[in-house]
Design a protein around this ligand. Sequence first.
Ligand SMILES: *Cc1c(COP(=O)(O)O)cnc(C)c1O
Length: 498
Amino acid sequence: MSGKVRFETGTITEMPALEPLLFELQREGRSGRHVRGGEAADALIPQAFKRTVRLPLPELSEPQVVRHYTHLAQLNYSVDAGMYPLGSCTMKYNPKINDRAASLPGFADIHPQQPDETVQGALRLLHELQGLLAGISGMDHVTLQPAAGAHAEFTAILMFKAYHESRGDTKRRRVIVPDSAHGTNPASAAMCGFDVTTVKSDARGNVDLEALKAALGDDVVGFMLTNPNTLGLFEERVREVCEAVHAAGGLVYGDGANMNALLGVARPGDLGFDCVHINVHKTFSTPHGAGGPGAGPLCVKQHLEPFLPTPRIVRDGTGAYRRVGASAHPLAIGRVRSFVGNFGVLVRAYTYIRTLGEEGLVETGRDAILAANYLLALVREGYDVAYDRTPMHEFVLTAARQKRQGANALDIAKALIDEGFHPPTVYFPLIVPESMMIEPTETEPKETLDAFADALLRIAKRVETDPQAVHDAPLHAPLRRLDEVAAARKPVLRYKPA
Ligand SMILES: *Cc1c(COP(=O)(O)O)cnc(C)c1O
């Protein structure tokens, strides 16, 4: 596309070398329909339902449309295209058999409102998945309703509230989170109407136990902890942390987004957590670019069971699977989702777990940790490590030194695009200046890890000699630097021809 394209909120001067946009290709009367007898079929539509005004859609031939979208897809970066080391997101490869299972007609072509007896296979899969996740997390019960990790946090804090209220304990108003927490943690607590208290991390990157104890009191609903935390470090005093919160009458929420590292290593239920969410779209495959779709099952201990959302998926005495509504569970917080998370994502998670088996899951966790430690050993030659301990499945570098040399973490991330890699997470966790959070996952072969390390080290060298070149990156991407603030604040959602 040469020249300028006018969008509603301004002018984008630099368009990628795309094919012309569909609206500009269109010619009146052109169509992709080659169905004999189409007019006869149209005649069957009752007059009242017929469109009276033309849809303002471009008129194009089928290959024009197919090529347009194929080219757009080729501009996209995905886990199928290359390594995606986006820390905290666990962008692992999604085995194709998962997609195949999710697209089986018995799973793909059913509707949540169908009677239970017509969807026994789907309900059985969900019931078995609940059992598998309970076993993996060391918890007693599981709800598959939440559609994401953040949604599970919200669900759990509502359950914490119901738990305290059921005991006549109504003065609790505060939820505590560490300063390393993912932003969804305080946001979920606030959405449930609670105040948020932040406690700092200590010099080793753990939650500061003394600061936590000082923040605890009889007004505390609970504490939200990610383990391994967002620095990729195992919380060394996790049992003491849980005990301290419980001693103050609070509950401990486990943010299980980093479950990938724990597979076969530790179970949150054994460490003292009262509940934990699992981002099945992270740990159990289904890469979730652009915010979805995902699913965030919530696994809870027995004492939280009465408050779980309804309907629940159970197996009755006859062996049939049923959904049981609120009348059987008077303390339940109600429904948090129309049905369950995103059903297709849950089918993928089930398939992934069943194909790996217990042995495979243990290997997954260990390989993820091995990959991160291997990669860190290679790149520490060029970068400083934020909290220098043996990491779990991911690690956090700081580009503070590079910033002083003239190129910051964002510049390095953009330079990685020119090297053919998706950038890591940058500027999170917030407690590390110029942070670069790298999670290779267990699915990358050694050669890819080596190539990624080489790219990072090359960039570090370039920062030393020619920081401006790094600052100017990317040079070879379809688009150069984007105005991310304008994209979020003033999104251009509708094309308007010039
Ligand atoms: C991804 C993530 C979340 C939120 O999960 P979503 O499924 O994206 O809502 C929460 N905490 C941590 C540490 C995460 O990495």
